[in-house]
Design a protein around this ligand. Structure first.
Ligand SMILES: NC(=O)c1ccc[n+]([C@@H]2O[C@H](COP(=O)([O-])OP(=O)(O)OC[C@H]3O[C@@H](n4cnc5c(N)ncnc54)[C@H](O)[C@@H]3O)[C@@H](O)[C@H]2O)c1
Length: 228
């Protein structure tokens, strides 16, 4: 298969590409990324010489660029990691979040529909469920209750994707995972920030009263099969 991974120069996308190339060496991966402050080609320096991997710089919200990368590379499946991903930044300015997280998804959905691709996989987040007071994880039927512009932009994109499934039969899968951490993560995020501050002897920022719960959900997945 020819797989378009958007946002593949970021934290999770770069780990996903590395894993995909390891487990599916016959697939061809196209990494389409705008290289914002969070995207770094150095995350993939070891695999960039591989013949079945190519990088294309571009914005998922740019219709011409998104359609061209799909058409030129005869893409079968799109996996969308591209996003503005930091909650705190969305509170300072929601505009880039609406642009990439909502309008970008709309542009990709249109392209997937136009070229009748096999699958669109939207990487969403458990943040769409908002804070929980329950001891039990959320599931696919839990109420959407975003509490930041970031979460709202992701929830809006999920609903738009579901509408493309219901209205046009676009085949899709939405994943909503909880917090990830690990190699290549930008140090503004919770775990690397806490680790870095601890190592440097700095104070650890805690929002609210420290009672927030992290068991919103481990991972929920919504699947819509193709009707074409
Ligand atoms: N990090 C987490 O804990 C977590 C948890 C749940 C869901 N998610 C979701 O997973 C996805 C990846 O998260 P991450 O932590 O790897 O993010 P990240 O910020 O590390 O990487 C995002 C990547 O997207 C690229 N990008 C941003 N806007 C773009 C645009 N308009 N066009 C093309 N590329 C663009 C950036 O350059 C960057 O490479 C996001 O959709 C995020 O909402 C993340």
């Amino acid at each position: 298969m020819n797989i378009l991974v958007t946002g593949g120069a970021g934290f999770i996308g770069s780990n996903f590409i590395r894993q995909l190339l390891r487990n599916h060496p016959d697939d061809r991966i196209v990494n389409f990324d705008l290289l914002t402050y969070a995207g770094h080609l150095s995350n993939l320096a070891d695999i960039s010489p591989q013949a079945n991997y190519v990088f294309v710089k571009g914005d998922i919200a740019n219709r011409q660029a998104a359609e061209a990368v799909i058409y030129d590379n005869q893409i079968d499946v799109v996996v969308n990691f591209a996003a503005e991903s930091h909650v705190d930044r969305s509170i300072l300015d929601a505009a880039p979040f609406i642009h990439s997280n909502f309008l970008g998804v709309k542009t990709l959905l249109e392209a997937v529909r136009k070229y009748r691709l096999k699958k669109f996989i939207q990487i969403s987040t458990d943040e769409v469920y908002g804070p929980t007071t329950s001891r039990f994880p959320a599931d696919e039927n839990a109420r959407l209750n975003p509490s930041s512009p970031y979460a709202a932009s992701k929830a809006a994109a999920d609903l738009l994707a579901l509408s493309y499934f219901k209205t046009f039969g676009v085949p899709l899968c939405i994943t909503r995972s909880a917090n990830n951490y690990g190699r290549y993560q930008f140090p503004e995020k919770l775990i690397p920030l806490m680790v870095t501050n601890t190592l440097r002897g700095r104070t650890l920022p805690i929002y609210g009263n420290g009672q927030n719960s992290g068991i919103g959900s481990m991972l929920t997945i919504i699947v819509g099969q193709s009707s074409w």
